[in-house]
Design a protein around this ligand. Structure first.
Ligand code: 4NP
Length: 151
């Protein structure tokens, strides 16, 4: 059975599309089903931010086909692991839960992978170097998370 992983941020155009693309790049479609969503609906159906597409492409990862969507309560049942980028995403995702089983699926991607950073900062209002730093951080998170979750 595939392990189902959902990456969550606020807008689903900057951080979680990168996280989705990076983890997919590191895994096989036979073993993993990976998706991403945003807690907000500001950008529904939009492609990832051009700066996320660019930093992914520089690292040979194509995320240009992705389309933003809003996180739903159903997602919490569908996915095995829901990895969120920051404390605000954590609170908003937890708010959709009705059971402890659901709550236990949700974690900060930084804590779940054991990196030193407390969260993945929102790069939306910053410059290109913020996107490069987010890429590096997410790459480390995905590599370390996978090491913990590969049988
Ligand atoms: P994301 O970044 O949560 O990493 O996709 C953001 C994208 C858009 C907005 C905020 C954060 N916004 O306010 O539109």
């Amino acid at each position: 059975m595939k392990t189902k992983v959902l990456m969550v941020c606020l807008g689903n155009i900057c951080r979680s599309p990168l996280a989705e693309g990076i983890l997919r790049h590191m895994t096989s479609a036979q073993d993993f089903y990976i998706d991403s969503a945003g807690t907000a609906n500001y950008h529904t159906d939009a492609a990832p931010d051009p700066r996320s597409i660019a930093i992914a492409a520089q690292n040979n990862i194509d995320i240009s086909h992705q389309q933003a969507r809003q996180l739903t309560a159903d997602d919490i049942n569908t996915f095995d692991h829901i990895l969120v980028m920051d404390e605000e995403n954590l609170a908003n995702t937890r708010a959709l839960c009705t059971t402890n089983d659901q709550r236990q699926k949700i974690a900060l991607i930084t804590a779940a992978s054991g990196v030193a950073a407390s969260h993945v900062p929102d790069p939306y209002y910053g410059g290109d170097d913020g996107f490069a730093q987010v890429f590096e951080l997410l790459h480390n998170c995905c590599r370390l998370w996978l090491a913990k979750h590969t049988p």
